[in-house]
Design a protein around this ligand. Structure first.
Ligand SMILES: Nc1ncnc2c1ncn2[C@@H]1O[C@H](COP(=O)(O)OP(=O)(O)OP(=O)(O)O)[C@@H](O)[C@H]1O
Length: 236
C-alpha cells in the first residue's frame, strides 16, 4: 500500500472575484505530492500554480474540494493555527530569497528555529551545521549583501530546512541564478528530498532543471493535465 502523500488535493477549486470579474484559478484539481520525491509543478503563466501553493501553505482558502497537508486539512482553521502549522512543518524557498539584510547568514537561518522557541545560541549552532550541508560552512558570519545570488539562495534553502520540515515548497528557486548555480541548487534540493524523505514541491518556468525531477506535474487552466515520472526518478 502507498503511504499517505504529504499533500493530497481532491477537486480543489478557487475563483477570484465574483460576477463579471470572476476569474477561475483552480478547477477540480487533483494532486498528490509524495515524501522522498522532488515534484516539479510546471505550466504557463496564469494557470494557477501560485494559487495552488498558497492553498497548500494555508495562506488562501479554497472555495471547494479538499487539500490535506501531512494528513491535516488547514482550511477553516484559525490563522494562528495555520501559522503554527507552517512554522513547524513547512519550509519555504522564495524566488527573491527574502533574507533579512541586518542579520548574518547564520542568524537568518537560526530565525526559523528561534520562532519555535529554540534558544539563540543553540539555534545559531544548528544553523551553522545546516549551512555546512549546503556548502556555506565558512560564510555563516557574512551578511546577505556580501553573498552572491547563488549563496543567498543556499542560505534561503538552509533556512527552509533547519527545522526539518516534512514538506518544502519552493517558488521559482532558480529564477535569479545562473545556469551552473541553478543546477547545483537543484542537486542539493533533490538530495534533501531523498536523504530525509521529505516532500519537495518546486514551481518553475525553468526547463533546465527538469532533469532533477522525480515527478513532473503539468498544469493548464486551473487543473493538472499531465503527471509523469521525471528523469531523476530512477537515478541515484
Ligand atoms: N489576487 C487575485 N485576484 C484576482 N485574480 C487573481 C489573483 N491572483 C491570481 N489571479 C488570477 O488567477 C489565475 C491564476 O493565477 P496564478 O497566479 O495562480 O497563476 P500562476 O500559474 O502562478 O502564474 P505565474 O506563472 O505567472 O506566476 C490568473 O488568471 C490570475 O490572473
Amino acid at each position: 500500500m502507498q503511504p499517505t502523500p504529504a499533500v493530497r488535493c481532491r477537486g480543489l477549486a478557487k475563483t477570484y472575484g465574483r460576477g463579471d470579474t470572476a476569474t477561475p484559478a483552480l478547477r477540480a484539481l487533483d494532486l498528490d505530492v509524495r515524501a522522498g520525491e522532488l515534484t516539479l509543478l510546471v505550466g504557463p503563466s496564469g494557470c494557477g500554480k501560485s494559487t495552488l501553493l498558497s492553498i497548500i501553505a494555508g495562506l488562501l482558502t479554497p472555495d471547494g474540494g479538499s487539500c490535506e497537508v501531512l494528513g491535516q486539512s488547514l482550511s477553516g482553521r484559525p490563522e494562528v493555527e495555520r501559522a503554527a502549522f507552517r512554522r513547524d512543518h513547512v519550509g519555504f524557498v522564495f524566488q527573491g530569497f527574502n533574507l533579512l539584510p541586518s542579520l548574518t547568514a547564520a542568524q537568518n537561518v537560526a530565525v526559523a528555529l528561534m520562532l519555535q522557541g529554540v534558544h539563540e545560541r543553540v539555534a545559531v549552532a544548528r544553523a551553522r551545521v545546516v549551512l555546512g550541508q549546503v556548502g556555506l560552512a565558512d560564510r555563516g558570519d557574512a551578511y546577505p549583501m556580501t553573498l552572491s545570488g547563488g549563496q543567498q539562495q543556499r542560505v534561503a534553502i538552509a533556512r527552509a530546512l533547519v527545522h526539518s520540515p516534512a514538506l518544502v515548497v519552493c517558488d521559482e528557486p532558480t529564477s535569479a541564478l545562473d545556469h551552473a548555480t541553478g543546477q547545483s541548487v537543484m542537486r542539493q534540493l533533490r538530495e534533501v528530498a531523498r536523504d530525509a524523505s521529505r516532500a519537495l514541491l518546486v514551481v518553475t518556468h525553468d526547463p533546465r532543471i527538469h532533469d532533477y525531477a522525480d515527478r513532473i506535474v503539468e498544469m493548464d487552466d486551473g487543473h493538472v493535465i499531465d503527471d509523469r515520472a521525471g528523469p531523476a526518478r530512477d537515478s541515484t
